[in-house]
Design a protein around this ligand. Structure first.
Ligand SMILES: Cc1cc2nc3c(=O)[nH]c(=O)nc-3n(C[C@H](O)[C@H](O)[C@H](O)COP(=O)(O)OP(=O)(O)OC[C@H]3O[C@@H](n4cnc5c(N)ncnc54)[C@H](O)[C@@H]3O)c2cc1C
Length: 307
């Protein structure tokens, strides 16, 4: 099903993001965690695409499993850094032939040892180039793209980033999913600016419960997302106490999620990091207040998995 058709049925979507497991050991853990999460009946799931296309086959396999064996609406991510027009055209055909109806189109980042890869020989220099190409030749997918409430790290200013975002959306984007953020004011200010710029599609906020402080601090630093000082202090004071850290991270995410939904966010996208505990706990805490979640959650007790 197209995610744009899901939007016609519901004001809010609740989605989970997974990355393809690297090896057999990770695949077993992935199966256990994803199994718990899929029982919550998310509106859709997404599959990340390793830097520079490094997980190409595994990402395509994972979305095939979700979409065609487990019957969940699924959206692979896809990047154009390093890709040729021929390869992109081929991949779009493969996805279309495999009944994939949604795609998140991104520029991607160059590998650390080859920053020159950003200069794409076939002219796919920005996500908007990829979006225009897919829209023109494969007008079959509902198209998602990325948005940055604290601005993309390469952009010189928020205004410049919003101008580029407007161009990207006008290239054929149906909806946006944000980079993680930990202070909702960034998202609310961003919405004001995007509305002023005439960007009218859904901008789904992404949420990442901090369960592994050091790991998420590293992601946040790379992506330019700021963790509030007070939260950093509390986490750093509890570094040797995993249960306490988990509770602090979960409580923070629960408050953040409630505030977003109370203020009209069109749903939540969970960066699961392939782990189920925090997302299940967060989902349960929202189920009392949000009927879309309660409905999914109640349905979750009927078996959905075909195996
Ligand atoms: C929700 C989400 C999911 C992601 N999933 C993945 C993934 O699966 N795999 C992965 O490798 N990466 C992923 N990323 C990371 C993403 O690839 C990087 O952030 C990358 O640096 C930018 O990709 P983009 O599609 O946002 O780029 P773009 O939209 O092309 O923007 C990149 C930069 O170029 C500027 N820009 C855009 N258009 C123009 C223009 N026409 N002229 C001048 N400047 C311009 C923008 O302001 C911005 O600074 C994800 C990010 C998000 C937020």
């Amino acid at each position: 099903m197209k995610i744009t058709d899901i939007f016609k049925e519901t004001k809010r979507t609740f989605s989970f993001e997974f990355f393809p497991p690297k090896n057999l050991n990770a695949a077993v853990r992935f199966g256990i965690n994803a199994g718990q999460l899929m029982k919550l009946n998310p509106s859709f799931v997404t599959g990340t695409y390793g830097a520079g296309g490094s997980t190409h086959e595994k990402t395509f396999d994972m979305v095939d499993l979700f979409n065609n064996s487990l019957n969940f609406t699924c959206m692979p991510h896809y990047t154009c850094v390093n890709a040729t027009e021929e390869k992109i055209a081929y991949d779009m055909r493969v996805l279309k032939d495999n009944n994939i109806e949604n795609i998140m189109l991104l520029r991607g980042d160059p590998p650390k040892d080859n920053p020159e890869a950003l200069k794409n020989a076939d002219g796919f220099n920005y996500a908007s180039d990829l979006i225009q190409f897919v829209k023109k030749y494969y007008d079959h997918f509902a198209i998602g793209a990325a948005a940055y409430p604290e601005k993309h790290p390469e952009a010189r200013s928020m205004d410049e980033d919003i101008r580029n975002l407007k161009y990207k959306v006008d290239s054929g984007v149906d909806f946006l999913v944000t980079q993680m953020f930990f202070d909702n004011d960034h998202y609310y200010r961003f919405l004001e600016k995007t509305q002023k710029a005439g960007i009218n599609c859904r901008i789904i906020p992404a949420i990442m419960p901090i369960t592994n402080y050091k790991q998420i601090k590293k992601f946040a630093d790379i992506s330019g997302a700021h963790i509030p000082e007070s939260l950093q202090r509390r986490m750093e004071a509890n570094l040797g106490r995993p249960n306490e850290l988990y509770k602090i991270g979960l409580d923070f995410a629960i408050k953040q999620a409630h505030d977003l939904l109370e203020n009209g966010a069109p749903g939540l996208h969970f960066y699961t990091l392939n782990k189920c505990r925090a997302a299940v706990d967060l989902y349960e805490s929202l189920a009392d207040d949000y009927k879309e979640i309660r409905k999914n959650y109640e349905k979750s007790f009927s078996p959905h998995m075909p195996f």
